[in-house]
Design a protein around this ligand. Structure first.
Ligand SMILES: [Zn+2]
Length: 236
């Protein structure tokens, strides 16, 4: 039995080959990024690029268990762990905070971006880049018992600028089971997109509220006046 034989029944040898040739950039190596990158490495994605500027702190460990007892950049610790998951995995890292000036260098060459960030400002920088380069973006966000995820396909679905509102400031509460579910939806969307098997959450928002066990998927609409994707959509 091969490493992916139990999964290959779902995606076929062709799907597994597509995964092995795919590159995913994981923006943010906090709770969402650790779970999502682990799932993508396990699924057989060939190349993963990890982007983060941080080092682990005690308050991260209720959900970012990979970092327990470790020091150094999160990207480097996580890269080591992912290499243990699949020794054949190609891993790249970028240590830095993503901004307008470095977003291209930070994300590198990739087929899909996983938005595992924790500020609206950096999410919108990545969103603008993804739409301009026509790169799909798997968004995930959490706040306490609440979680949401959607798969942005530039030119076809609403982008994050269409749907994200508010400003940064408050640090959200973080509950590991919610983080792991949302990261799982992101990883599932990415694998389904790469293999072409199954439906992603494109054009929809997966929402959950663990406090009362409510899970839903609702249609989302583009903002016709969106300064990021409005013109790209109407011109296609
Ligand atoms: Zn938009």
């Amino acid at each position: 039995m091969s490493r992916h034989s139990r999964q290959e029944k779902l995606f076929g040898p062709e799907g597994q080959r597509k995964l092995s040739e795919a590159a995913v950039s994981v923006a943010g190596c906090g709770g969402l990024g650790t779970y999502a990158s682990l799932l993508l490495a396990s699924a057989g994605v060939g190349k993963i690029r990890l982007i983060d500027c941080g080092t682990p702190s005690e308050s991260d460990l209720n959900r970012q268990f990979f970092y327990s007892g470790r020091e150094g950049f999160k990207t480097e610790i996580l890269a080591e762990r992912l290499g243990e998951v699949d020794p054949g995995l190609e891993i790249e890292i970028f240590n830095g905070f993503i901004d307008e000036n470095n977003v291209s260098e930070a994300l590198g060459e990739c087929d899909v971006i996983a938005d595992c960030l924790d500020t609206i400002g950096s999410r919108l920088v990545v969103n603008r880049y993804a739409v301009s380069k026509n790169i799909p973006l798997a968004h995930g966000g959490i706040d306490g018992f609440y979680g949401q995820a959607t798969f942005v396909v530039p030119g076809k679905t609403p982008c994050l600028r269409c749907i994200l509102r508010g400003s940064d400031g408050r640090i959200p509460d973080s509950f590991a089971p919610v983080v792991s579910i949302i990261a799982s939806v992101q990883a599932s969307d990415i694998v389904k997109h790469i293999t072409g098997i199954g439906d992603t959450t494109a054009g929809k928002m997966f929402t959950m509220f663990a406090g009362t066990n409510e899970y839903d998927t609702v249609a989302i609409n583009p903002d016709p006046d969106c300064p990021v994707c409005g013109s790209s959509r109407s011109s296609r």
